[in-house]
Ligand binder design. Structure first.
Ligand code: AMP
Ligand code: GLY
Length: 428
């Protein structure tokens, strides 16, 4: 089986690395890929913002199965395009991808089907938003979200009325997220620990995968602005087996049934972002793909052939059982460029990768790296994810940080507390 992985981050590196090692896989292509991915797959030019370029690659290279990493091509209808040409692909249709690309759509599905989530109002104008704020019905802090895709940056948690009105002004009047903020969702602020849960769906059936926990803020102790994710661990010990059953019964099943009933069956990875509140798990967001950096700690734990499950998902023939995972916890630390999550410096020389990769039980996945005249340099905000595993979280953390300690580039920043929450959760 020849597989095309779409994307160029550390999530796609983890996907390509896992697939390339499987017996049923004869070759992995990646569009556009990166220098780390090039060690396990053949990278081909392709534009994730241009689904037609991806279809052309799949046809030209006689690819048997395509798997999509990032949300953008999904929201642009890459799956619909492949389906029209009868080419196998794993991911939701454009209509089903609205679970991520429109927060108002996702909230509406949840409201209509009684799925536990934060109370909310959808507002199509600044005037409507000011009116909801003036009513005070959702309390403070108040959460404001741009409806459309905003790379994880379209959410503001406003402490009071002035802050909320200011956020409405910046999003809807100044349009700092462009058209993504022409509609906003105002939401009740949920309190608890965040965790995510993943399933693979085939349109009707769904295979439970596992949990993970991201570290979204830039600085230790969850301080500073939100990022795409500065590190992750899997599994998430606070998401107990009992809670996992509730998530599947009260959230995943009703949402997948609703999507099928309403004419947009969901196929692909569903990422359920949860707040573990005092009254149980509630949905913060859905993503229609694997998370990044969650994939980097989830995929190495996968204890069976991913390629055969992906083929089954694309064909609507997933077996009705949970996927098998290794017990060992994995911890992934993101090494980011100076300035991230705002504008970053690029072109900084990266050293120490070979020494890092030689640390037993460590893996290094590339994200924003680039080869310049034979030298590996930084090419964006999140540069690498360094993953460690061990018999416990403590060991996994040690391995990840030991491997990371070999890596250097000017301005490198990373959190020192990735995984600590898992240790706290385990402590008696
Ligand atoms: P989202 O893009 O919806 O995942 O939101 C980004 C981040 O904002 C989440 O990971 C949470 O940390 C935070 N957040 C979003 N919605 C809420 C909410 N209703 N209550 C508390 N925090 C939230
Ligand atoms: N790490 C969060 C995401 O992938 O959306």
């Amino acid at each position: 089986m020849k597989i095309l992985v779409v994307g160029s981050g550390a999530r796609e590196h983890a996907l390509a690395w896992k697939l390339a090692a499987e017996r049923a896989v004869s070759g992995v292509l990646c569009a556009p890929g990166n220098p780390g991915i090039a060690a396990v797959a053949r990278c081909v030019e392709g534009d994730v913002a241009n689904p037609r370029s991806l279809l052309e690659i799949a046809a030209r290279e006689s690819v048997d199965l395509t798997v999509v990493g990032p949300e953008l091509p999904l929201s642009l209808g890459v799956v619909d395009l492949f389906a029209a040409e009868r080419r196998a692909i794993v991911g939701p249709s454009r209509a089903a991808a609205a679970l991520e690309s429109s927060k108002a759509f996702a909230k509406d599905v949840m409201r209509r089907h009684g799925v536990p989530t934060a109370a909310f109002e959808v507002c199509d104008s600044a005037a409507a938003a000011y009116a909801v704020i003036a009513s005070g019905a959702l309390g403070y802090p108040l959460v404001l979200k741009a409806d459309g895709l905003a790379a994880g940056k379209g959410v503001v948690i406003a402490p009071d009325r002035a802050g909320a009105e200011d956020a409405v002004r910046r999003t809807m009047v100044d349009r700092r997220f462009g058209a993504a903020g022409d509609r906003i969702v105002l939401e009740e602020c949920l309190v608890g620990e965040e965790a995510s849960y993943f399933v693979l769906a085939d349109g009707t059936a769904c295979m439970p995968l596992t949990s993970a926990q991201d570290h979204k803020r830039i600085f230790d102790g969850d301080r500073g602005p939100n990022t795409g994710g500065m590190g992750a661990f899997a599994p998430a010990p606070r998401l107990t087996p009992e809670m996992e059953r509730r998530v599947l019964r009260d959230i995943v099943q009703p949402v997948l049934e609703a999507m099928a009933e309403e004419g947009y069956p969901f196929r692909g990875f569903l990422y359920v972002g949860l707040m573990l509140t005092a009254s149980g798990p509630r949905v913060v967001e859905f993503n229609v793909r694997l998370g990044d950096p969650e994939a980097q700690v989830l995929l190495p734990r996968f204890d069976e052939d991913l390629s055969s499950l992906l083929s089954a998902a694309a064909a609507g023939a997933l077996p009705s059982r949970a996927a098998r995972f290794r017990r060992e916890p994995h911890v992934g630390v993101v090494l980011a460029a100076a300035g991230y999550p705002d504008s970053v410096e690029t072109g900084r020389v990266i050293t120490g990768l070979d020494d890092a990769a030689r640390v037993p039980d460590a893996l290094v996945f590339h994200a924003a790296t680039q080869r310049q005249h034979g030298t590996l340099v930084t090419a964006g905000g999140r540069v690498l994810t360094v993953v460690g595993h061990g018999t416990g979280y403590g060991e996994a953390i040690d391995v990840a940080y030991r491997a990371a300690s070999h890596i250097r580039f000017e301005g490198m920043q990373f959190r020192r507390d990735i995984g600590r929450k898992a240790l706290d959760a385990e402590a008696p």
